[in-house]
Each structure stands twice: as structure tokens, then as C-alpha cells.
Design a protein around this ligand. Structure first.
Ligand code: ADP
Length: 796
């Protein structure tokens, strides 16, 4: 009986399955002839009808113990190995094989070496059994009891999954030691293989364990989120897919968003990286890549809106209208960026807001005050923790439109430090050549800013970064006159604030004198911001009275008394011009962020050695201008009967009161020179006269800035005559008539002309005593300084 893929050893009891016709016949025949049959393994299992050379020569004679017929006509046969045989040849092979054979038993060999080899094999087998786990425990027990090396080898070999040729080899060997050693080698290999298998399995299992753990936890998170009523991650990601589709992004941006989304899908949803990526995609989809509001460029409507919202500001409104007209006819032309420059509260912001409303664009505003870091404009790279896009992109996201009116507020207050210069980033934003592809560091994609209408504002022109200044068209908005403020309050603020406070004209009427009183006594500013605030404060109080039903207002029209009761005593006490002609005191005009201001300049000669003392927190320019004034006075001393060596034995102290407020600029030059000449000549300076102008050493008077504010300040202070440089004549055209009407304006070219106006004209009696004046002045310089270090008043 040829065996397909097994070897039966002489000492074994095994069951065989018999199906082939020839073998079944052989089985039947042997059942009748003493139940014995010769078995030998085939060299190749797949051969169905093997020849002699296909069968190994060494096999086994077995006794058939039991035959079971199976339902499919095959047989299950239980056999017991008896003797090892060597086949000599076939006798017949038609119905079944018959062979000639000789019995060839294993050799018998005993001794310590065989014993050791047996123990070694047993040990290895035990190890193998532990690794493979499918050797029954009773087999191990019976193996341990075995004394015969051949039985031991056969039983082990039978249990092991070696290929048939290896098992056959073991059958063919006859020496016990050789057989045991061959078996041990096979066992070694098998154990090695099992160990490798076990390691691989272990690794795979670990991997599976981790994945399973993550899966399990993620499922739990999902369940928790569901319980909390939050969306689960998958639907969130799906929503992002939809939002990417809806965002109408340019190709590059869409590709990037899709790529990032694919990355996001592969990340554990709760990892920090996923949060960063999701935030990024959310930024991308929230930007108005191609959404814009349809622009309405009807100049009449714009003009009407601007007029409705703002009083005055004729020049500014005209310039805005011109700008829009150009845009209408030549939409492709890149107009300059408008920059409104002026003190706070003159309506720069609200004008820009009106423009946006009038042309149907969204309005956004960013404040650049205190911005020092380039990243605030252009964003941080995404590699930084907590990175965000810059202010430009952030505002566009909020505007939800890519063509808003974009107000860059306080562009002059932008600084720069080691973190880069925000002005450079802003240049890129404003430059029409570059801003079609503005690259925010966070987005790392180009965004088209060319549809935005940028308007900048600044308080002080000089403080704007020079390169930015070049890109912009500057429109100056000066401070308002008292009259203009009154008009603004009457026409705009009053009605708006009444409505905001839930009041009507039945509750409160602010008469013109009351408004003027608020402006004069409660505010001190170039714009109308504080006026707005004071009127609001007033209305809040009236509202409260109304709600508490205490209405103390006798009539709805507010009286001056009630005003003081509600707003408290006046907050601003205006400095007035000098009430009498005085020696050594001149009135200058200054310009501040809040508008104009009058400035007193005092000069006293002190006994000393020609030292010049300048006090009053003066800046370098102002100090130098003081020195220039002194040099002028020294040069022209004899014109005023001042001894040319007057400074030899006196110090000169020039002081500008309100010492805590820093002052600077060259425009107090002529006032200082006038005060000096007056102090040393003893000729008083006219009351109600103010002056502004830069002085040169030869006494020429140069032009100054901020004329309107200065004249307004002079008007408020009750000044009658103002001396201004001839060079500033051109600025007079823009002045409101009320200014030119109430002030006598003297244009001067040199210091001589200044002094002619400002020194009090001498009466005949005074001419006689002029020399006496001068003498007295000189004597005065010799008077001792009192204990406090203050010289006696210079009034004469
Ligand atoms: P700025 O931006 O110049 O500091 P705002 O635009 O904030 O000033 O103006 C402050 C307030 O004053 C706003 O409520 C504004 O409406 C009002 N305002 C300023 N100028 C005018 C004006 N000419 N007509 C009407 N209201 C004005």
C-alpha cells in the first residue's frame, strides 16, 4: 500500500484513509490473508498510480486492527506497525501491488551516549511542545517513560510536522544515535521557526492592540460627543468637504484645502495636529475668495450720503467724490490710497464709514496704533504654536467680502522693532502692483487684495513712515471752529444722541447758546469727540431723571443753570491773552494734537555773566530757536537803545509756562525775540497780540505749520491781532470767514516788522523816558535775586 504523505514507523498505531481503488483491493486481499500489509511512502504525493521507482524502498509491515467503511466508499484503517522492511521488487501490479521484501530491523545499541542523546531529544521536544501547544500532555508523559531509543524516536517523529522526505530519512536510518541526532537537528530547526513565528505574531498583535485601543477610545469620544449634543468628527469633516466646495476658492487654494483635508482624515481626530489642521482649513473656507458686494457708484447718492452724515468738510468730500469718479470711468486704474490726516474726533472714521455705506461696500477697520510686529499684519507661519493670520486677513474674514472699504486707522502710530517693520508689510498690502497676490504667512497662499478700497487715517503727517507717505494721497482735515462745532452739534450730534438715549425734543432742547457753552467750557479739542461725550453725559442724566419721573427741567429747554447742575462746574478755563501791555512777556501760538493753543513766553534779565537759561520742558529745536532769538537781539541791540554789551553782566532766562507740558518746534522764534527785546529795552508788548513764526539770525521770518489751529486758538483766547509769516499767506484762503473777520492778521517778512506791530507805540511822554526805561532795565539786572531765587516781577 503506497502512502501519499505520511510515514508509518514500526512502533506506531495510526489510522490511515484509503481511497484509491488499487489500495482498496490490496486492503481487501490482505484482510483475507492474515491481516498483514506492507506500507511504504510515495516519493511524490501527487502521483496516483505510482511505479516502483516512485516508492521509497524502506517501509513497514503492519497489522490491520480495524477497518471502517466511510460514507463515500473510502476506508478508515487502524494499523499497528510491526517490522521495518526493505522492498526488493514488485511481484505483480495489475489488481494491486505485491512486493518482495526482507525484514530489516533497527540496530540495537545502548550506553551512556544513547541515553544522553535521548534526554537531549526529549528536552528539545518538550520545548517544542511548549511552543507549538498542540502536543497532548499524555504523549509527553509516555515519552518520558520510554526506555527504547527507537520507540522514542518513532513516537516523536510521528508527532512532528516534518515533510515526508525528512520522516522517511528517519525511518531509513538504523543506528539509534544517528537517528536521535537527526531528530534533534530537525527539532532545533522547528523550534527556531516557532520562535520566529511567535515573535512576528507578538509584534503584529501589539500593533493590532494599539489600533484597537485607539479605535475603541475614538468610538467612546464619538459617543460622548453625541451625548453632549456635539457633531461627530466624521460629519464635521464631511461638512468641511461641502464648505470647500462652496467657498469658490481659486484653484491653488482649493487644492491645498483638499490636500489638508485628506491629511486630516488620516489623523487621530483628537490629536493637537488635527486641531491645527482643521483650524487652518476652517480659515481657508471662511475667507471671501470670490464673494463681493456689488458696488453702486452713483456720485449723486454718494454726495448726498456724505452731506447727510457730515457737516462741512467740503474739501475732503470733494476729493472723495473725485476719487470715486475716476474709479467709475476707469475701474482698472489703480487710484492712490486716500489718507485722512487730522486731529482726533474730526470725523475721519465716520467719513470712511459713510463712503462704504454710500457705495454699497462692507466697512472694516483695523487699528494700527501700537502695532510693532510685522506678523500682526502678515500673520505667523503655521509652524508656530497658536499661529494666526494677520489683521488684514482676519478683517476680511469678518467682512465676508473681498471688496470692502478698509480703514487703516492711526497709520502714524505704527512702530517698528526687532520683530520686523510692519510698515514694509503694509506697503505690500497697499501697493497695487503687489497686492493682487498678498501672501499671508499663515495662509501661505496668495490672496487678492486689489478689490479693496483702502483709506488710511493719521493724526500727525510727519509721523507717517516716509515710504508709506509716498504711496498715499494726503487729505488734511483741520480742527473745527467754534461755529463749525456748533453746527455739527445742532445738525448731527443732537438728533442722533437724543435717539440713542430714547429721548425726543419733547424731553430736551439744547439751544444754540447752551451748545456754545458746552463747547467753550466743557471741551478743549480740535474735533468733536469730547463734545459728543459731554452731550451724551448730559442726555444720560436727563434720561435718568425722566425714568425716575423727577423731571426737574422747568421747561424742555435747558437753562445755563441747569446745565451747570447737570454737567458740573466748567472743566476748561481758557487762558486769555494778556490784559495789559507788559514788558518781557510775549504771546506765541502753538499747535498740539488737540488743536491750537496760546503760549506765553517770559523773559527776565538776571544779574550774571551772559548765560542763557531756557526752561519749560523745551525740545531741542525750540531751544535752538531761543538761541537764535538771543543772537538776533544781541546783533540789533543798539536799534532799541540796549547797550550792546547788555549780556555781559546779566543772564537771560527764557521760560515758557505750563512747564510740565513738553513743547518743541521753531515757530516760537519771533515771540521769543520780541519778549527779549522788550525785556531789555523796557518797551512793553501790546496786549491782545499773538505771534507765530520762525526767526533766522538775520531776522527773517519763516513760515510755520498748523496755521488754522493756531488762529482758532487765538480767537478763543480773545486775541485781536495776530502776526504771521508772509509765507503763510497762501493758507489764509482756506480759513473760515469768522476767523478772518474777527482777527486782525498781520503778515510779516522780518523781525523789524514784528517789533513794529508788537511793541507798544510810545507816547510823546514815553519817548522822553525811553532812555530812562532802558536805564531802569539795566539797573534791574543788577538788583539782587531774592531768597527764593526768583527775581522781582518784570512788569514796569
Ligand atoms: P476720528 O476718526 O477723526 O477720530 P470720528 O470719525 O471717530 O473721528 O468722529 C467722532 C464723532 O464725531 C463721530 O460720531 C462723528 O460722527 C462725529 N463727527 C465728526 N465730524 C463730523 C462732522 N463734520 N459732521 C458730523 N459729525 C461729525
Amino acid at each position: 500500500m503506497p502512502l501519499r504523505d505520511m510515514v508509518v514507523y514500526p512502533n506506531m498505531i495510526v489510522s490511515l484513509f484509503v481511497g484509491r481503488k488499487k489500495t482498496v483491493r490490496a486492503l481487501e486481499e490482505s484482510m483475507q490473508q492474515g491481516r498483514k500489509i506492507a506500507l511504504a511512502a510515495q516519493r511524490q504525493a501527487q502521483i496516483d498510480d505510482p511505479a516502483l521507482e516512485d516508492i521509497y524502498e524502506v517501509g513497514t509491515i503492519v497489522r490491520i486492527l480495524q477497518v471502517l467503511k466511510m460514507p463515500d466508499d473510502s476506508f478508515k484503517v487502524l494499523v499497528e506497525g510491526q517490522e521495518r522492511i526493505r522492498i526488493r521488487g514488485f511481484r505483480a501490479r495489475d489488481n494491486y501491488f505485491t512486493v518482495d521484501y526482507e525484514v530489516s530491523p533497527y540496530e540495537i545499541q545502548t550506553g551512556a551516549i544513547v541515553q544522553t542523546a535521548m534526554r537531549n531529544a526529549l528536552e528539545l521536544f518538550g520545548k517544542y511542545a511548549r511552543l507549538s501547544k498542540n502536543i497532548p500532555a499524555d504523549i509527553l508523559t509516555s515519552l518520558n517513560r520510554m526506555k527504547d531509543p527507537h520507540r522514542l524516536t518513532d513516537l516523536m517523529a510521528e508527532q512532528l510536522p516534518f515533510p515526508v522526505d525528512k520522516k522517511q530519512k528517519l525511518l531509513e536510518m538504523v543506528k539509534p544515535l544517528a537517528r536521535l541526532e537527526a531528530l534533534a537537528e530537525l527539532l532545533y530547526n522547528e523550534i527556531e521557526l516557532r520562535e520566529i513565528e511567535r515573535r512576528i505574531k507578538g509584534r503584529v498583535r501589539k500593533q493590532i492592540d494599539i489600533t484597537q485601543k485607539e479605535y475603541y477610545l475614538n468610538e467612546q469620544i464619538k459617543a460622548i460627543r453625541k451625548e453632549l449634543g456635539q457633531k461627530d468628527v466624521e460629519s464635521e469633516n464631511e461638512e468641511l468637504v461641502q464648505r470647500i466646495k462652496n467657498a469658490q476658492m481659486p484653484k491653488g487654494a482649493e487644492d491645498k484645502a483638499t490636500k489638508e483635508l485628506a491629511r486630516l482624515d488620516r489623523m487621530p481626530p483628537m490629536s493637537p495636529e488635527a486641531t491645527v489642521t482643521r483650524t487652518y482649513i476652517e480659515w481657508l473656507v471662511a475667507l471671501p475668495w470670490s464673494f463681493q458686494t456689488p458696488e453702486k457708484l452713483d456720485l449723486r447718492i454718494v454726495a448726498r450720503t456724505l452731506d447727510k452724515d457730515h457737516y462741512g468738510l467740503r474739501k475732503v468730500k470733494d476729493r472723495v467724490l473725485e476719487y470715486l469718479a475716476v474709479r467709475k470711468l476707469a475701474p482698472k486704474m489703480k487710484g492712490p490710497i486716500l489718507c485722512l490726516v487730522g486731529p482726533p474726533g474730526v470725523g475721519k472714521t465716520s467719513l470712511a464709514r459713510s463712503v462704504a455705506a454710500a457705495i454699497n461696500r462692507k466697512f472694516v477697520r483695523i487699528s494700527l496704533g501700537g502695532v510693532r510686529d510685522e506678523a500682526e499684519i502678515r500673520g505667523h507661519r503655521r509652524t508656530y504654536i497658536g499661529a494666526m493670520p494677520g489683521k488684514i486677513i482676519q478683517s476680511l474674514k469678518n467682512a465676508k467680502s473681498r471688496n470692502p472699504v478698509f480703514l487703516l486707522d492711526e497709520i502714524d502710530k505704527m512702530g517698528s522693532d526687532f520683530r520686523g517693520d510692519p510698515a514694509c508689510a503694509l506697503l505690500e498690502v497697499l501697493d497695487p502692483e503687489q497686492n493682487q497676490a498678498f501672501n499671508d504667512h499663515y495662509l501661505d497662499l496668495d490672496f487678492d487684495l486689489s478689490n479693496i478700497m483702502f483709506i488710511a487715517t493719521a493724526n500727525i503727517f510727519q509721523n507717517i513712515h516716509p515710504t508709506l507717505r509716498d504711496r498715499m494721497e494726503i487729505i488734511e482735515i483741520r480742527g473745527y471752529t467754534q461755529e463749525e462745532k456748533t453746527q455739527i452739534a445742532q445738525r448731527h450730534l443732537n438728533a442722533r444722541l437724543l435717539e440713542e438715549h430714547g429721548l425726543t425734543t419733547k424731553d430736551l432742547v439744547l439751544s444754540r447758546p447752551m451748545i456754545e457753552k458746552i463747547i467753550a467750557e466743557y471741551t478743549f479739542e480740535a474735533g468733536v469727540r469730547n463734545l459728543n461725550r459731554e452731550i451724551s453725559a448730559l442726555m444720560r442724566k436727563v434720561t435718568r431723571l425722566k425714568v425716575e419721573k423727577k423731571s426737574p427741567l422747568k421747561a424742555k429747554e435747558l437753562t445755563a443753570l441747569e446745565l451747570t447742575k447737570l454737567l458740573g462746574p466748567p472743566k476748561i478755563l481758557r487762558r486769555k491773552g494778556e490784559k495789559a501791555d507788559v514788558v518781557g512777556i510775549a504771546t506765541g501760538l502753538a499747535w498740539t494734537e488737540n488743536g491750537g493753543e496760546i503760549l506765553t513766553i517770559e523773559v527776565v534779565p538776571l544779574p550774571g555773566k551772559g548765560q542763557l537759561i531756557l526752561t519749560g520742558k523745551l525740545g531741542d529745536v525750540m531751544k535752538e530757536s531761543g538761541q537764535a532769538a538771543v543772537s538776533y537781539a544781541r546783533k540789533h541791540a543798539k536799534d532799541f537803545h540796549i547797550p550792546p554789551d547788555f549780556y555781559h553782566n546779566s543772564d537771560i532766562h527764557i521760560h515758557v509756562p505750563e512747564g510740565a507740558i513738553p513743547k518743541d518746534g521753531p515757530s516760537a522764534g519771533i515771540a521769543m525775540a520780541a519778549a527779549l527785546v522788550s525785556a531789555f529795552s523796557g518797551i512793553p508788548i501790546r496786549k491782545n497780540t499773538a505771534m507765530t513764526g520762525e526767526i533766522t539770525l538775520r531776522g527773517r521770518v519763516l513760515g510755520i505749520g498748523g496755521l488754522k489751529e493756531k488762529l482758532l486758538a487765538a480767537m478763543r483766547a480773545g486775541i485781536k491781532t495776530v502776526i504771521i509769516p508772509h509765507e503763510n499767506q497762501k493758507d489764509l484762503v482756506d480759513l473760515p470767514v469768522e476767523v478772518t473777520r474777527s482777527l486782525e492778521i498781520k503778515l510779516v517778512q522780518n523781525m523789524q516788522q514784528v517789533l513794529e506791530v508788537v511793541l507798544a507805540r510810545e507816547k510823546r511822554s514815553q519817548v522822553k523816558t525811553r532812555k530812562a526805561y532802558a536805564k531802569k532795565a539795566r539797573e534791574q539786572t543788577k538788583q539782587p535775586v531774592d531768597q527764593n531765587g526768583i527775581s522781582p516781577p518784570a512788569v514796569m
